[in-house]
Design a protein around this ligand. Structure first.
Ligand SMILES: *[C@@H]1O[C@H](CO)[C@@H](O)[C@H](O)[C@H]1NC(C)=O
Ligand SMILES: *[C@@H]1O[C@H](CO)[C@@H](O)[C@H](O)[C@H]1NC(C)=O
Length: 379
């Protein structure tokens, strides 16, 4: 990581810049402060290379791009219109379950556990939606298999209500949530299911036993539908290639403390005229410069700006001073050594949206307030 003091400029507008590049501890603690406000316990260290990383769902990209184009005062900052629910954080919580088999009462079934770690949500967050998405990517094993026409799977989804030990009666510990058949075609098929209340119950420690997905291959030929009865051992392989299953839980939640208006002045163009009077200055923060490019997906950087300049006597109206600041400049002008000038600080900030990987490798889209300085004033 190449340390860069840029973000500190925002925090230390009126202090002399005593931070030095060698002051690594100070930088670390500032980084922690920022990560904490993003709801992260530490700097995410996503596993693997950038290429091997979990891809960003196209729906999230779309939402990120549309949030970038939000016009002034348009839309409620805490509503996710794509899902029609309250929220300012959208996570694609990834499935951590394993493929298992032989646990089921059904001999020819293949089972997959689904597990979504909901403790990535902070306690303060209110969960508005948890929507399960299961995608079935089917690539026929052979040309012959493709020629046999569309294949179908009977899919049953259970919630596990208590921990199950191998060999125990698994059926007693689960409740059926959904049962349907899925046609397998070269285009991915998918199932979505609202699991909001279950997702909420998974947030309690020790209460998340996950889900079980039970797959039973169905033949295309109605005559062959029954051979999967127990006892009739039709081989699953190689006549039937199981699809690759990709499951994620879209969790939309609301951090009620981050719900002020999303007013944004569309592309603030700051003048570049030289002046030493308090005003907003251009500052582009490149996340690469702070060493965050491996976990922040987008944007790669943004125009953050900062406030800098003097608050001289007499304080003109354009410096947006408080009555207090006006009096302070007056006192300062009478005795510069006893009282400093007021500080040039941000008085209006606007939010940006960020797309990043959290500590669990989930993709998160979140709106962050107070990321861009729009206006400065003497305070
Ligand atoms: C879930 O995530 C939390 C926070 O990242 C972690 O501490 C915990 O170990 C995870 N639990 C499981 C079962 O993976
Ligand atoms: C003070 O606020 C006005 C708008 O309210 C703005 O145009 C001006 O740039 C602000 N002054 C500074 C120093 O940013």
């Amino acid at each position: 990581m190449r340390p860069n003091p840029a973000p500190l400029l925002l925090l230390a507008a009126c202090l002399p810049l005593v931070y030095t590049l060698s002051n690594v501890e100070e930088l670390k603690s500032q980084e922690r402060l920022f990560l904490h406000s993003l709801g992260l316990s530490g700097r995410p260290r996503p596993a693997g290379s950038l290429q091997a990383r979990r891809h960003v769902p196209s729906a999230l990209w779309k939402m990120f791009r549309s949030s970038e184009n939000i016009k002034v005062q348009e839309s409620d900052p805490c509503t996710v219109s794509e899902y029609g629910v309250r929220g300012n954080i959208i996570r694609y919580v990834q499935d951590q379950g394993r493929l298992v088999s032989g646990w089921s009462s059904c001999q020819l079934c293949v089972e997959k556990q689904l597990f979504f770690n909901m403790s990535v949500l902070q306690p303060v967050e209110l969960l508005s939606l948890a929507q399960l998405e299961i995608k079935f990517h089917w690539k026929p094993f052979s040309h012959a298999e493709l020629l046999q026409g569309p294949r179908a799977l009977s899919v049953s989804l259970y919630k596990v209500i208590r921990a199950t030990l191998r060999g125990a009666n698994a059926q007693a510990n689960r409740r059926l949530l959904l049962s349907q058949s899925v046609q397998l075609q070269p285009d991915p098929a998918s199932i979505t299911l609202d699991l909001t209340s279950l997702g909420e119950s998974w947030r309690k420690p020790g209460r998340n036993y996950g889900l079980v997905l039970e797959l039973l291959p169905l033949s295309a030929d109605p005559e062959d539908l029954l051979p999967f009865r127990p006892g009739n051992s039709l081989p699953l392989e190689p006549t039937f290639t199981l699809p690759l299953i990709q499951a994620s839980l879209v969790a939309v939640s609301l951090n009620p403390h981050q719900c002020r208006s999303r007013q944004r002045r569309s592309a603030v163009h700051l003048p570049v005229t030289p002046s030493n009077v308090c005003k907003a200055r251009r500052l582009y923060i490149d996340f690469k410069d702070v060493g965050w490019q491996d976990w922040i997906i987008a944007p790669q950087g943004y125009m953050a700006n900062y406030c800098h300049g003097e608050c001289p006597f007499p304080l003109s109206e354009s410096l947006n001073g408080t009555n207090h600041a006006i009096l302070q400049t007056l006192v300062h002008s009478l005795d510069p050594n006893s009282t400093p000038q007021p500080c040039c600080v941000p008085i209006r900030l606007s939010p940006i949206s960020m797309l990043y990987y959290d500590n669990n490798d989930n993709v998160v889209l979140r709106h962050y307030q107070d990321m861009v300085v729009d206006e400065c004033g003497c305070r």
